[in-house]
Design a protein around this ligand. Sequence first.
Ligand SMILES: *Cc1c(COP(=O)(O)O)cnc(C)c1O
Length: 392
Amino acid sequence: MPEPLEESLHSWLRQRRSEHLLRVRRVSDSPQQPVMRIDGRRVLAFCSNDYLGLANHPLVVEAVADGARKWGAGSGASHLINGHARAHQQLEEEFAAFVGHPRALLFSSGYLANLGMLSALLSRGDEVLQDRLNHASLLDAGLLSGARLRRYLHGDPQSLRNKLGKPVSGHRLVVTDGVFSMDGDLAPLPGLNEICQAHAIPLLVDDAHGFGVLGKTGAGTGEALGVQPAMLMCTLGKALGTAGALVAGSETLIETLLQRARSYTYTTALPAALAEGARVALRLLETEAWRRESVLALTERFKAGARRLKLPLIASPTPIQPLLAGSSELADRLSQALAKAGVVVPAIRPPTVASGSARLRITLSAAHTTGHVDSLLNALADVWETEGQVGG
Ligand SMILES: *Cc1c(COP(=O)(O)O)cnc(C)c1O
């Protein structure tokens, strides 16, 4: 007889704690914004994915509140029953037009979108090729689809090409993050796209962190690098400050998702009020270019300051600025020391990142000021001086 379940869970938890890997939640008493009340203290936060500062924007908040008065609190049913409101439909159409694809489909979250997409498009006998550092939801989605999951080296088109040598009987799909969520670097979309086109394989880009931030109009990594992938997934919970996710592609791809994606069919539609909020956020993204210019300027200011302090940043052109600690223990210690100084930056540890590459994941927002960034740099200089030199 094995040890009872509760007992083995208990020892697993104890082990996690001793390895500095136990996750704890901070409790916030304020909206997502630079200055927050967290665990009862006023702090400066650099941890959100609210890149454009829209999560607590008055017009977005008002659209959600008005939306709730118009549509009620919940959607009451899945999209395929009768939970699909005009607001959802309009959001899909507006998004598709903005990113230049024929059609789009709204999912209740990015995680669900990825699970639904890969399992609707692939099955046993097919093959999905993914960057090694793709988001966990894409890796989970690949496994769930039943297709053979093959991972190529991070950001390496040649490694992808090498995996395509032998023909397969089933279909193939290449999937990549546009901006890698824990590193902040961009996928080499032109190289990947060229290989995909040569092999007639669709390229799917999860642009959760590029959408709204990169590209001339804010349409994301593809726009920045001059590539229109066959399918694009963008989450609404990041730059758009709300919740949900949109997938855009051809009429055939999107209709297939609508018919087949189980994570679309068997879940309640996002409240229509949130779709109204996302529509307003999308308009702000389109009309207020200064938001992405501002978050990118703050990013440059941060990078220049960090260079002066000789902090070991991982090279990234996006508002995701990882500071490499190495050990989970050091990442944890730095994060705690910063918290003591009133600055909240999360420690990202295995299994989210590879063992030995634990880091602080600093994220910037258009809602931050240059003063906030300078305060962060000062706090980092202090904690790096006292904590960073030893045991790293
Ligand atoms: C956040 C994220 C997701 C999941 O989106 P949610 O809407 O938060 O479920 C998917 N892919 C990437 C790359 C992400 O960063």
